[in-house]
Design a protein around this ligand. Sequence first.
Ligand code: A4P
Ligand code: MG
Length: 290
Amino acid sequence: MSRDKIILKGMRFYGRHGCLAAELELGQWFEVDLELTLDLAPAGKSDDLSDTLNYAELYALVKAAVEGPSFALIEALADRLAGFGFAWPQVERVKVLLKKPQAPLGGPLDYAAVEIERDRKDFESVHQVWLSLGSNLGDRYENLLGGASYLLDQGLELLNNSGVYETAPVGYTDQPDFYNMALHLSTVLDPLELLKLCQQAEFEHKRERTVRWGPRTLDVDILLYDRVELDLPELTLPHPRMAERAFVLGPLGEMDPGLLRKLGLEENREGIVLQIHAADVRMRLVDKKP
Ligand code: A4P
Ligand code: MG
């Protein structure tokens, strides 16, 4: 175990977590301290951000979770926050102190808090995945949201989602414009179980496969599964065409601008930027945060 640490102390966010109705309705301030154990020697030598944890990205994840959907227990929120640290493969241990300085207990107090410590092995069975959803038939917006809810109903956990974008068709262009969005999820499923679930979501939306790259009510592709690289007949990871497609990169970039670089896809960066700005790519944000 390394003795080096990255510390984010005294982060304050307004959230709506708790068991009491007033906590959900009115919300309150939360304070978070994070302590991450990892070897900082590689970054110390290289002076390169990609050798360490980018704490600006970690901060954004923590902020989104504390300001996001309610948890009944701060134990559960703290567990979620600890999990974010392990998105960086160098992180060995995460300590979270989560405080409610305004806990409505009927009298003055400094704070009520939970403190947890997790090792990487506690999180090994949970995987982070990024999916791309597309639709260009029927009620495109409802198809995307219906597909996303189906996946959450089946036990995937939402970490973040992009807005919904209207995009010009890529590949076979003689078809209606698409709506696209991306999801960042955690799951205990292995990659092939996840693929099956994605195909089940398509099936639930009565997708018929006729023309490859042709119109569809719902298409669910797995873009990334941790840092797994796979080349099976039924599943290629990362998704082989993701880095060429503005309709994938736009939504992903909205959620996590540093994601591709973090995953070592930097060599495509110039292509990505060109693609997104290319004159023939029409992209319109339909709904910022459905
Ligand atoms: N498969 C292999 N790897 C994966 C993966 N990482 N995720 C296999 C999901 N599936 C994967 O897919 C064909 C087969 O790919 C599956 O059986 C699966 O085992 P499919 O969904 O049946 O067929 P498809 O979607 O027509 O083909 P494909 O190759 O997935 O096409 P894409 O790349 O998804 O492109 N334009 C815009 N603007 N927006 C879009 O969403 N989508 C497409 C489809 C084309 N143009 C588009 C959009
Ligand atoms: Mg597909």
